[in-house]
Write a protein that binds this ligand. Structure first.
Ligand SMILES: [Zn+2]
Length: 338
C-alpha cells in the first residue's frame, strides 16, 4: 500500500510499504476514506522535534472497516467508522471516568496518512455511523477525530458556560474548532485572536463576535479593554508556545479558566504568578472518544460543519505539497484522499 514517510525535516514522501495486519485480537484494519495533516505534524517537519529514523506519519482518520480481530465485536467489516488519535479500551478505570486519552492501554495513532491503517483497541476506539455518510460530510467527521474533539475539550477545560465570554488563542484548525465549541456551549461573546484574514473570516462564520489582531501583552490589553478591565471567563489556548500560554493566562479573569490543548513546546508556568492570578488551568490530549457520539451527531445533522477548516484537498500522492502549504501558511489544514 501507499503510505507517508518522513525522512528528515522537510522531506516527506509517499512510499510503497507492506499493508498492516491484525497483531492483537483487539485490533481492526480500516481502509482510509480520508486522512489529513495536523499542525503537530509540522513540529518534526520544521525540525523543531527530532525526526530520527524514517517513520510513517498521521493520526487522524475516518475509514471503512476491512478486518477485525477476534475480540472486536462492536464494529464490523464494511462499516464507516470514526476514531481518535489516542486509542482506548473504553473499559479501564480512566476510560470509565471519561479520560480515554489517558487509557491504561492507550496507544497513540501514528500511521494514518496511508491507504490502510491498523487501529489498536479498536473495540473501545472506533464509533460506527449508521450508514456510510455522503461525501460532503466526510471532512466534518474527519475533523471530529482530532481537531474538533480537541477544540471541544479546550472549551470544556476552560469551563465555557452559557452567557460567558470566551477568548480563543490560536487561529489554526483547533482554534477555529474551539470557536465552534464555545458557540455550541453557549458563550455569548467569543473573541478570536487572529491576524490572518481568511482565518478571521472563518472564525466569524463559526460564531466569533470579536477579532483581536494584536499579540502578546498588546493582545492582553485588548482583551482587558473588551472585558471591562478584568479579563475573560474562559480562555482556550490552542497553540502551545511560551507566548501563547502567557497570553492565555493573562487574558483570563480571576476565577476564570484556561483550557490548553496546544502541545507545549518550551512552555513554563510561574507558580507564584498562577497562584495570585486565581486562574484555573487544565489541558492535555483531548479525550476525544468521550465526545465522539455527540460530535458525530452534530456533524451528521448539519448542526456544525468543522470540515470547513480543510481548505486544501489533495490526493495522498501529493502529501508533500500538503505539508508545504501548511508550513507556509497557505493552507489551514490539508485533507488527503488515498
Ligand atoms: Zn482505558
Amino acid at each position: 500500500m501507499r503510505a507517508t514517510v518522513i525522512h528528515a525535516p522537510g522531506d516527506i514522501r509517499v512510499e510503497d510499504v507492506p499493508g498492516p495486519r491484525i497483531v492483537k485480537p483487539t485490533d481492526a484494519i480500516i481502509r482510509t476514506v480520508a486522512t489529513c495533516v495536523c499542525g503537530s505534524d509540522l513540529w518534526p517537519y520544521r525540525g523543531l522535534e527530532p525526526v530520527g529514523d524514517p517513520h510513517p506519519m498521521g493520526h487522524e482518520y475516518v475509514g471503512v472497516v476491512e478486518e477485525t480481530g477476534s475480540e472486536v465485536t462492536h464494529v464490523k467489516p464494511g462499516q464507516f467508522v470514526v476514531g481518535s488519535f489516542a486509542t482506548s479500551d473504553n473499559t479501564c478505570a480512566n476510560c470509565r471516568k471519561g479520560w480515554q486519552s489517558s487509557c491504561l492501554n492507550r496507544e497513540f495513532m501514528s500511521t494514518c496518512q496511508a491507504e490502510y491503517v491498523r487501529i489498536p483497541n479498536a473495540h473501545g476506539t472506533l464509533v460506527a455511523t449508521d450508514e456510510h455518510p455522503s461525501g460532503d460530510l466526510v471532512p466534518g467527521l474527519l475533523a471530529v477525530s482530532d481537531v474538533m474533539g480537541t477544540g471541544w475539550y479546550a472549551a470544556l477545560a476552560a469551563e465555557v458556560k452559557p452567557g460567558s465570554t470566551a477568548v480563543v488563542v490560536g487561529d489554526g484548525a483547533v482554534g477555529l474548532c474551539g470557536v465552534i465549541a464555545a458557540k455550541e456551549l453557549g458563550a455569548e461573546r467569543i473573541i478570536a485572536m487572529s491576524r490572518h484574514e481568511s482565518r478571521q473570516k472563518l472564525a466569524l462564520e463559526f460564531g466569533a463576535t470579536d477579532i483581536v489582531t494584536e499579540r502578546g501583552e498588546d493582545g492582553v490589553t485588548r482583551i482587558k479593554d473588551l472585558t471591562g478591565g478584568i479579563g475573560a471567563d474562559s480562555v482556550l489556548e490552542c497553540v502551545g508556545t511560551a507566548q501563547s500560554m502567557r497570553q492565555a493566562l493573562h487574558s483570563a479573569r480571576p476565577g476564570g479558566n484556561v483550557g490548553f490543548v496546544g502541545v507545549p513546546h518550551e512552555v513554563a508556568v510561574d507558580g507564584q504568578e498562577l497562584f495570585f492570578s486565581q486562574v484555573g488551568l487544565r489541558g492535555g490530549p483531548a479525550p476525544v472518544r468521550r465526545y465522539l457520539p455527540d460530535l458525530i451527531d452534530r456533524v451528521l445533522s448539519g448542526h456544525i460543519n468543522p470540515g470547513k477548516v480543510f481548505d486544501l484537498t489533495l490526493p495522498l500522492d501529493q502529501v508533500a505539497e500538503g505539508y508545504k502549504a501548511m508550513d507556509e501558511r497557505r493552507a489551514i489544514k490539508t485533507l488527503l484522499t488515498p
